[in-house]
Design a protein around this ligand. Structure first.
Ligand SMILES: [Fe+2]
Ligand SMILES: [Fe+2]
Length: 276
């Protein structure tokens, strides 16, 4: 059982965001913007999937997970709200949110599927966010030169993703535990998520006018594919999900815990500790 608290970030997101807020770097800005654009719809989906799954659990299991799920929902709802504010600035800059439109269309087309399928998709996506979050906490230079409030926003989100990395997975194991479906949905989510993220990054770069510049893609290589880059360094963690005996807790969450400990002045705890 993971104890999850809800934290309110003490940053002001009202003032506008610079077009290249991430250290003046076009690629790093476009990529993080694409991620943020996918969050509100994605996080609402995780909330709905886990809430519906909790209702479908037998009473004893429901009781076991109730507090943790409440904390999970609180954290994701906070992320959704704050990234919607962030995305409002991107919309004001004229960036079209294609990734959200595509996700909404997919959700509509799959609305009738079983609660276990949605939960497997949620656990799969949560694994992605957890390995990317873990990478970001270990490589904060990806946010080098970013405004302090935005750096705080991304690292706080990463720390909480790392903290609640087991919740959807554990509820899935309790409700279904079917390995084949877990893997099927992970493959599906991997392809869709990476394709959509790439598309939205390209759209953002096009809008920025830097899509066809060599320096843009040199920065992209460094961020994602170089030896210590996000995609390359996360590959092992991605592959771990296929193991029959995989559990998210096998991945170290110490950097997230350390960040929360060292930056306690930047947030207020609004929910009482649950699961205690
Ligand atoms: Fe989140
Ligand atoms: Fe999450």
């Amino acid at each position: 059982m993971t104890q999850l608290v809800v934290r309110r970030l003490l940053i002001d997101l009202q003032p506008a965001i610079a077009a290249r807020w991430n250290g003046g770097d076009a690629f790093r800005t476009a990529f993080f913007n694409a991620l943020s654009m996918s969050f509100p719809v994605g996080e609402q989906y995780f909330i709905d999937s886990v809430r519906n799954a909790l209702k479908a659990l037998p009473a004893a299991q429901r009781e076991r997970f109730a507090d943790e799920v409440q904390g999970f929902i609180g954290q994701e709802a906070t992320h959704r709200r704050i990234h919607a504010l962030f995305n409002g600035h991107l919309a004001a800059q004229g960036l079209p949110n294609d990734i959200e439109r595509r996700a909404l269309r997919r959700l509509q087309a799959n609305a009738q599927r079983d609660v276990r399928v949605h939960l497997a998709a949620t656990a799969a996506t949560e694994h992605f966010t957890a390995i990317f979050a873990s990478w970001l906490l270990r490589h904060p230079e990806a946010l080098e030169g970013a405004e302090p409030r935005l750096r705080t926003l991304w690292l706080w989100h990463a720390a909480e993703e790392s903290e609640h990395r087991s919740t959807a997975f554990d509820v899935y194991q309790a409700l279904s535990g079917d390995h084949a479906w877990r893997i099927r949905l992970f493959r599906y989510v991997s392809v869709i998520f990476l394709w959509d993220l790439t598309r939205q990054t390209v759209i953002n770069l096009w809008h920025d006018g830097s899509l066809l510049r060599f320096g843009t893609w040199r920065s992209g290589w460094r961020l994602l594919l170089a030896r210590d880059g996000m995609f390359r360094a996360s590959f092992g963690g991605w592959r771990d999900y296929f193991a029959r005996d995989f559990h998210p807790s096998q991945h170290d969450a110490a950097p997230g815990r350390a960040w929360l400990r060292e930056h306690a002045a930047q947030y207020a705890v609004v929910g009482t500790p649950v699961g205690a």
